[in-house]
Design a protein around this ligand. Structure first.
Ligand code: ZN
Ligand code: ZN
Length: 420
């Protein structure tokens, strides 16, 4: 062709420099992929490609995700290369104090920085993004030029409704050869990889981002048949992308842990009830940033919460009292919590709470519909779900080993630290 990609300059965005990819780079965010899932699936012999990458061909690293260990803040951190204090997406949900309303962080105008995709598209790169749920699609595709010849950006959830104008592609179902998957299914994620392989065969984007849903991880523990067959499925598609000449870099938005007792009942601290007991009914407002419209598989229960208080509240006395509750691991004030976790202070409450490994935080019992939980609760949100895989299909070179790696370093690794 006329364009020699290898001769192009890289891009700088959000204070980081990225080299131009000499061959396609595919970054995969495996939703809820506690490191154990891949380790046990490899040990069970169902991920032959992954086994080869870990043992011979590539790099098997671990990283931290952003806390709260939820989907939106971590996906946005990955695609901007910076933590929430910079990009502003601190949870799936926040409370807008000025307008007294609870707001879903789906709206692109809440994003405070451009994405790596935007910077590369401006420099002439072809971008393709496929995600499971449509709620993430607009954030990931923020500011991209779509339409004919532009970026491709769609969700498997709404794969039957794609248009050239909105998604940069048409007839996705025909291309993939699958029907629209249910929002609660393994196929919702499989569709993403099937589409990714087709796009690599046809469009061959410079940068591709594939982001799944954690429906399977909420349901099945590492090493179980349900988990292993899901990881075996992904392994086949990654092998195909590798064979097509792409660099493949895999991470997760967060881990996943069992949040139930020996009898299988969820371990829940109903935090609004605790706040009402301490301060009086309705004085404090508990926000659970895991809340979103798709709660059947976790009942809107995670290991992280933020609390909005009246101006005259005694924060340090509340911290002491809440810290004494069995199952609460840490309570921070707004400033110290935001500093500790790299969060945006104006998108967080006055208290930030993290529960322990097998405990979740709820509001009041009546507000959580647990009828959809057909298996013992597994969830995330806390520090105990912070360790995630960071696996690259090639050797990673000249990395500063003294720095804590984050999942949002993955574009840096794939673009700047892979020997091409
Ligand atoms: Zn997630
Ligand atoms: Zn989840």
């Amino acid at each position: 062709g006329q364009t020699m990609n290898a001769q192009r300059n890289g891009v700088s965005i959000n204070g980081r420099d990225y080299r131009w990819p000499e061959r396609p780079v595919v970054v995969v965010c495996i939703d809820g992929s506690e490191p154990d899932y891949i380790e046990q699936a490899v040990a069970a012999g169902v991920m032959p490609w992954m086994k080869k990458v870990i043992e011979q061909q590539g790099s098997d690293l671990r990283a931290h995700c952003v806390v709260p260990s939820f989907t939106n803040p971590n996906n946005i951190s990955i695609v901007t290369g910076v933590p929430p204090v910079v990009h502003g997406i601190c949870g799936n949900f926040y409370y807008d104090r000025e307008n007294d309303r609870e707001v879903m962080m789906n709206e692109p105008e809440l994003l405070r920085t451009p994405t790596i995709f935007k910077a590369f598209q401006d420099a002439g790169a072809k971008i393709a993004i496929v995600t499971a749920k449509d709620k993430l699609r607009r954030l990931l595709g923020n500011e991209l030029t779509l339409g004919e010849g532009g970026a491709i950006c769609f969700s498997s959830e709404k794969s039957d409704q794609v248009t050239l104008a909105e998604n940069g592609i048409e007839n996705v179902l025909d291309m993939v050869g699958m029907e629209v998957p249910s929002v609660y299914s393994a196929e919702l994620s499989e569709f993403i990889f099937a589409a990714g392989v087709k796009l690599m065969e046809t469009v061959r984007p410079d940068l591709m981002y594939l982001s799944t849903t954690d429906y399977i991880q909420h349901k099945f523990a590492p090493g179980s048949d349900g988990a292993n067959s899901f990881y075996a499925m992904m392994d086949k598609y990654w092998a195909q992308l590798d064979a097509l000449g792409a660099v493949i870099a895999l991470t997760a938005d967060h881990g996943m842990n069992a949040k139930h007792d020996a009898a299988g009942d969820p371990n829940i601290i109903y935090l609004q009830d605790e706040m009402d007991r301490i301060m009086g009914a309705g004085v404090a407002r508990v926000i659970l940033p895991i809340t979103d419209p798709y709660v059947v598989h976790h009942g809107a229960l995670g290991s992280y919460a933020t609390v909005y208080l009246p101006n005259d509240a005694d924060v340090s006395a509340l911290k002491t009292e809440l810290n004494a509750i069995d199952g609460i691991d840490a309570v921070y004030g707004n400033a110290e919590g935001c500093k500790h976790f790299d969060l945006a202070a104006d998108r967080m409450g006055d208290l930030i709470l993290v529960s322990s490994k097998h405990v979740v935080l709820g509001t009041t019992a009546s507000r959580h519909d647990l009828s959809g939980l057909d298996v013992p609760l597994r969830s995330h949100g806390g520090v105990t779900e912070q360790t995630v895989p960071l696996i690259v299909s090639q050797p990673v070179v000249s990395l500063d080993q003294s720095q804590q790696l984050h999942n949002y370093d993955i574009f840096n690794l794939a673009l700047n630290h892979v020997a091409h």
